[in-house]
Design a binder for this molecule. Structure first.
Ligand code: NDP
Ligand code: GDR
Length: 382
């Protein structure tokens, strides 16, 4: 390994951001180490295209078994890998699930960050290793002001956000107390074709593809009025890297500055498939109904036109997806990252939606093929 080659350690390498960041850092010439939890299935789908056989001569990607709840394991991996940069992306990242598993979430998302920071001190790596902490717009929670910037006060609204608030402040504290180069990226929602299937964007794009192919009847959602500032994960991992390349360690908001409701995300996704959906009704009785079909688009995408009739209800509200406390409106102010980091997203929302919908249409065609052959895989996702 060349002495000039930088080494990065990524926790959460099997996740959405871990995969995009690994690809980004390999392209920059880094040696990338990743921490992966043991699971009964391999769970490396998102990084399989980057995987290298450990026997390869010019190996630049290596996976280590580990867990954010195990400090001894983190200390050992950091000692072995001696990273120039650590990207702490591992987390129980689902807001609604955090209401079901609050203690575990606090342990992994909150204390997990402390364990990494302490490991750096224990190993005397304060001057060598820079740390990126995956902070989140969920910290803003109950709306205090819009758009939300680095100066906006926090008001977390879930066990996930409260755990991430601890992680945010312990990162700031270790920077100030021990002069670590440790930074928070306060990232607003970012999505992609490999977004987890239970986050709302991916749930919508997968369902739109299945409905368009006649493989699913209806999409059930929770709060349709929630508004999010959605960007593309590919753009956001570049910002993570830029945050660690500055002279001084600082925290940055990463966002597009545009907000959209869940309802409009649904409309945009179906429109990508030539299906116009309109909403009517209120609260849990609200529905999304097909009002028009673009026959040319349906034909060109080889969709199942016979199952797509104007008047058909394709979206219903299921209150089980309502959260005990909701975050209604997120819209980020990216002025600081635009000016200091020179960061600007390349994707806008229409381009993101298009990429996700077409990717899911492609994946769903495999299910269609299997169903035609008598093997129904679909119930897993409904
Ligand atoms: P994902 O849920 O896709 O990935 C999370 C990763 O963390 C997975 O690799 C997961 O492993 C791993 N992980 C979970 N728990 C542990 C643990 N105890 N020990 C080790 N690894 C663990 O999340 P994203 O990629 O979307 O997000 C990355 C980070 O950024 C997270 O911290 C998230 O909270 C934060 N964030 C995300 C935003 C977004 O919009 N995507 C916005 C702001 C912040 P496995 O594959 O085994 O489950
Ligand atoms: P979020 O993302 O909670 O913002 O956290 P999610 O996609 O889960 O929810 C966004 C909004 O959509 C509403 N919603 C639904 N959400 C889900 N998951 N499923 C539904 O059926 C549904 N219907 C409506 C939600 O109530 C919410 O208002 C994501 C995660 O990636 C976090 O890790 C990250 O920190 C934040 O983004 C920024």
């Amino acid at each position: 390994m060349s002495p000039l080659m930088k080494t990065a350690l990524i926790t959460g390498i099997t996740g959405q951001d871990g995969a995009y960041l690994t690809e980004f850092l390999l392209n920059k010439g880094y040696f990338v180490h990743g921490i992966k939890r043991r699971s009964s299935l391999l769970n490396t789908d998102r990084i399989d295209h980057l995987y290298q056989d450990p026997h390869e001569k010019n190996l630049r990607l290596k996976l280590h078994y580990g867990d954010l709840t195990d400090s001894t394991n983190l200390i050992r991996i950091i000692q072995e890998t001696q990273p120039d940069e650590i990207y702490n992306l591992a987390a129980m990242s689902h807001v609604q699930v955090s209401f079901e598993t609050p203690e575990y979430t606090a342990n992994a998302d909150g204390l997990g960050t402390l364990r990494i920071l302490e490991a750096i001190r224990i190993l005397g790596l304060e001057k060598k290793t820079r740390i990126y902490q995956a902070s989140t717009s969920e910290l803003y929670g109950l709306v205090q002001e819009v758009p939300q910037s680095e100066k906006t006060p926090f008001y977390p609204r879930s066990p996930y956000a409260v755990a991430k608030m601890y992680a945010y402040w312990i990162t700031v504290n270790y920077r100030e107390a021990y002069n670590l180069y440790a930074c928070n990226g306060i990232l607003f929602n970012h999505e992609s074709p490999v977004r987890g299937e239970t986050f709302v964007t991916r749930k919508i794009t997968m369902a739109a593809a299945k409905i368009a192919l006649g493989l699913q009847n209806c999409l059930y959602l929770g709060n349709l009025s929630a508004q999010r500032d959605w960007g593309h994960a590919k753009d956001y991992v570049e910002a993570m890297w830029l945050i660690l390349q500055q002279e001084k360690a600082e925290d940055f908001v990463i966002a597009t500055g545009v907000t959209t409701s869940v309802r409009d995300f649904v409309k945009m996704s179906f429109a990508e498939l030539g299906i116009e959906v309109e909403f009517s009704g209120k609260d849990e009785h609200e529905r999304g109904v097909i009002i028009d079909i673009d026959e040319v688009k349906v034909e060109s995408l080889k969709l199942k036109a016979e199952s797509l009739k104007p008047g058909t209800t394709v979206v219903k509200v299921d209150p089980k997806y309502f959260r005990p406390t909701e975050v209604d409106l997120l819209i980020g102010d990216p002025t600081k990252s635009n000016t200091k980091l020179g960061w600007k997203p390349k994707y806008d929302l229409p381009a993101l939606v298009k990429e996700m919908v077409l990717s899911d249409l492609h994946l769903t065609k495999k299910d269609e093929y299997l169903k035609d052959g008598g093997f129904n895989t679909l119930n897993y996702f409904e």
